[in-house]
Design a protein around this ligand. Sequence first.
Ligand SMILES: *Cc1c(COP(=O)(O)O)cnc(C)c1O
Length: 227
Amino acid sequence: MSIEKNIQIVQEKIEKCCNKAGVDKNSVELICVSKTVDSDAVLSAYNFGMRSFGENRVQEFINKNEKLPNDIRWNLIGRLQTNKVKYIINRGVFLLHALDRQELAKELQKQCEKQDTVLDALIQVNISREDTKAGVYEEDLQMFLDQMVVYDRVRLKGIMTIGPNTSDENSIRSVFAKAKQIFDKFSTEVSGFEYLSMGMTNDFEIAIEMGSNMVRVGTAIFGERQI
Ligand SMILES: *Cc1c(COP(=O)(O)O)cnc(C)c1O
């Protein structure tokens, strides 16, 4: 199956879910997760009209960003090591999805100040509480947000979560419902909250039903990853 055909199928599914949820199909942003995929594949998706891509390794992001068109909106979706922050500031990152600790916020602030710029970020929330997952726990979120006030170079744009590692739809649904509830609550308190990033290949349809407005889809578009 071609990348173009795969994207079309994903887009049709998104549209269907949006209709079901009663929201405009353009209100859900599809991020093509291109981690491990080569630049030619990214370019195929780009030429088909896609502009949002997701990467999780800094070096890979930098390589692709140098080679590929500069109107691509790069999303950094993986855990970011503090010592890599300096390489991603002012490098065309549209959104960092995985702000998960104060130490990272502090370094983002420092490097943004150095380069006199800002960075948009989502707080990763660990709702399923699986210890293999990063993210702030729900009960710590208020404090996390309070502490973020001093980091004025990091503009908070919403939250990101990863669904539980299960095929049980009800568990997935309840995690995403919780995320939506948290997102709505803090949207009224934090100005600029805009994105609820949740849903991957196996669960993006449930995520949209539960209120996601940003889905991160890799496998369904580019096929199974080799690594
Ligand atoms: C890899 C990855 C995705 C995409 O996963 P697929 O199952 O291939 O769609 C989405 N979000 C994050 C955080 C990822 O690491």
